[in-house]
Design a protein around this ligand. Structure first.
Ligand code: NAD
Length: 275
């Protein structure tokens, strides 16, 4: 990983940026448009939104305002829990595409594994993929048992599983399962929203490289073949989070960071979602 423009190969041959911008809680309107334009200037090419974030229109507007060719961008959105099921998902996709104002999507994800529904939702994603409306399809918040169930019923394998992942929740078993099945792992809350930047292990490594704890965490993701999508609306932080391609953590340092794991979730447990 030597540049913000580096990509990874998904199992269907599509290239995806190895690093991106998450826009959960970025306000619709001016804030999202400015944030994305700043990010694109810095070199971000992957934007992760969702119908649930209610800012897809702003994402689309920012794309149209930018001079970067559409094919150089990689846009992800997701079908929300209340939109799941076969017909509802097809409709939700159309709604998202209308809001985004795009001809095609790069990646569509099942946001959470809603019990009794996600297989039907997946069938709709397969249909959208076959019709060429989306270049790749994947899931989010799937545990191993959800993936096993999906793989047993699906005709298309997901390219990605986007999960809560940071040094306090390193998800080793799930990552191994995904790797064995050629499913890439994308990290949401890659910085666990800044909750443990004062951790001395990170502080020491950060000092050594003249970097910040946030940058050390993001570099740990990259070197573990995890795609991080940190969120910020602050230009200096957008820059800081992307400035992680000029140093390399040693094996020993990676292991020290691995040692911080506490299996600690800050977001919902996919087996117990009530939203
Ligand atoms: P994150 O770990 O990216 O943390 C973002 C927060 O950390 C910011 O709001 C800011 O307060 C702080 N921060 C960011 N950069 C910083 C820096 N350099 N220094 C200090 N503080 C900094 O958490 P997130 O927003 O929850 O996750 C990122 C993205 O993942 C979201 O925007 C969204 O796109 C996606 N997401 C997906 C799901 C899902 O269920 N699939 C759930 C949550 C988030």
């Amino acid at each position: 990983m030597a540049s913000i423009f580096d990509t990874i190969n998904l199992h269907n041959g599509v290239k995806m940026p190895a690093f991106g911008l998450g826009v959960y809680k970025v306000e619709a309107g001016e804030q999202i448009e400015e944030t994305i334009l700043t990010a694109l200037d810095i070199g971000y090419r992957l934007i992760d939104t969702a119908s649930f974030y209610q800012n897809e229109e702003g994402v689309g507007q920012a794309i149209r305002n930018s001079e970067i060719p559409r094919e150089e961008l990689f846009i992800t959105t997701k079908v929300w829990n209340s939109e799941q099921g076969y017909d509802n998902t097809l409709k939700a996709f159309d709604d998202s595409m209308e809001k985004l104002g795009l001809d095609y999507l790069d990646l569509y994800l099942v946001h959470w594994p809603v019990k009794g529904k996600y297989l039907e939702t997946w069938r709709a994603l397969e249909e959208l993929y076959r019709k060429g409306r989306v270049r790749a399809i994947g899931v989010s918040n799937f545990k191993i048992h959800h993936l096993k169930d999906l793989l047993a019923h699906a005709s298309e394998k997901p390219v990605i599983n986007q999960i809560e992942l940071h040094p306090l929740l390193s998800q080793v078993e799930l990552r191994e399962f995904c790797q064995q099945n050629d499913i890439k792992v994308e990290a949401w809350s890659p910085l666990s929203r800044g909750r443990f930047f004062d951790e001395p292990v990170l502080g020491k490594i950060a000092e050594q490289y003249g970097k910040t704890p946030a940058q050390i965490i993001l570099r740990w993701h990259l070197q573990n073949q995890i795609i991080p999508i940190p969120k910020s609306v602050t230009p200096s932080r957008l820059k800081e989070n992307a400035d992680i391609f000029d140093f390399q953590l040693s094996q020993k340092e990676l292991e020290k960071i691995n040692g911080l794991n506490k299996d600690q979730r800050f977001g919902g447990d996919p087996d117990h979602i009530d939203f």
